[in-house]
Design a protein around this ligand. Structure first.
Ligand SMILES: Nc1ncnc2c1ncn2[C@@H]1O[C@H](COP(=O)(O)OP(=O)(O)OP(=O)(O)O)[C@@H](O)[C@H]1O
Ligand SMILES: [Mg+2]
Length: 326
């Protein structure tokens, strides 16, 4: 199991160290898909990159908590073990495939490099494996593709290459940070279907970071909703869809295209996510929440509500359900 336990991260903003992730806990099991959702700037990428300890060279520092892979702390791992773990046991697929591929190397040399980094293979075997991997991600003329450079491929093809690279060393976990947002809608669907297919076939644990609640409903087993550096609600997907507990989750669900009225445009939640360093005291969502009361702006609002695996960081869940505000 891959477990983020009470993780806090700080970043530098205008010369100040400020908390950007606050006490985040998530569990990702093999064979399961966990959706991480929230508006832009909530901390989804910081959280998911922390799993590979990326971001540290961009001034992101851990201030508390831990990340454990099968019980072993990633922060206590020697560099060599960490290097092998990246791509070997846990791989990442990024939002913008062009930034993850090097424009000056052929697709073949980039895939075989990843293969040879993790698996002890001759160049010839690595090329054979690269061809297999490209076939696995639905690229027919794999031998041709290996000779090409990234800018000769479409966005969807590049994303397939990145998925192939992520699969190169047969990892147990994949972290996919908005893997399809840069693509056309029809291509998005195919890439997501491909990812899910591989997830099932290889019993991967998949952390799927997305803005799209519709996608979560379709694909995920579990959901974590993030707001201003915290997980505000988490639980099995059916529980959250049938009984969203946190007013923020309800608001996000109300913004799905399929529930908004035709011709009305997409509803948006009024106001903005406060950036790190500007979080209010108490509930981070209180200033945008129609249910906020005096106790919401007191210093601590923990996971105040729990029903089996389903938790919400809100003091007024029962009122929210009764009133059905959003
Ligand atoms: N290296 C950094 N230094 C300073 N601030 C950062 C850094 N990385 C992220 N932030 C800030 O932390 C907050 C969370 O950023 P993050 O990229 O994790 O959000 P996100 O949920 O992934 O958003 P999006 O949906 O737009 O990708 C934002 O306010 C962002 O500006
Ligand atoms: Mg992001």
């Amino acid at each position: 199991m891959l477990e983020i336990r009470d993780l806090s991260l700080s970043v530098s903003i205008e010369g100040q160290r400020v908390e950007a992730i606050s006490g985040v806990s998530l569990q990702l099991k093999q064979g399961r898909v966990l959706g991480l959702v929230g508006e832009s700037g909530c901390g989804k990428s910081l959280t998911s990159q922390a799993v590979l300890r990326l971001g540290e060279h961009q001034g992101v520092g851990k201030t508390g908590g831990d990340i454990l892979l099968d019980g072993q702390s990633l922060f206590a791992m020697p560099d060599e073990t960490l290097r092998k773990m990246r791509g070997g046991r846990i791989s990442m697929i990024f939002q913008e495939p062009m930034t993850a591929l090097n424009p000056v190397f052929s697709i073949g040399s980039q895939i075989t490099e990843v293969i040879r980094l993790h698996l002890d293979m001759s160049p010839q075997h690595a090329t054979e494996r690269a061809i297999e991997l490209l076939a696995d991600v639905g690229m027919q003329d794999a031998e041709q593709i290996l000779k090409q450079y990234p800018d000769a491929l479409s966005g969807g093809m590049r994303q397939r290459v990145l998925i192939a690279m992520a699969m190169a060393a047969d990892p147990d976990y994949i972290i996919a940070d908005e893997p399809t947002t840069a693509l056309d809608v029809s291509v998005q669907k195919r890439i997501i279907a491909l990812l899910l297919n591989l997830q099932k076939k290889r019993n991967l644990g998949l952390l799927l970071v997305t803005h799209d609640f519709g996608l979560v409903a379709e694909l995920c087993d579990d959901v974590a909703v993030m707001y201003a550096g915290q997980i505000v609600e988490s639980g099995p997907v059916a529980d959250i869809f049938d009984h969203p507990a946190h007013p923020y989750t309800r608001a996000l669900m109300g913004c799905r295209p399929e529930v908004s009225e035709a011709g009305q445009g997409l509803p948006v939640i009024a106001g903005q996510v406060p950036p790190p360093g500007r979080w209010p005291i108490g509930c981070h969502f209180a200033e945008r929440c129609p249910l906020a009361q005096g106790d919401c702006v007191q210093p601590v609002v923990e996971d105040a509500w729990r029903c089996r695996e389903h938790t919400a960081r809100c003091l007024h869940v029962n009122t929210a359900e009764a009133v059905n505000v959003i």
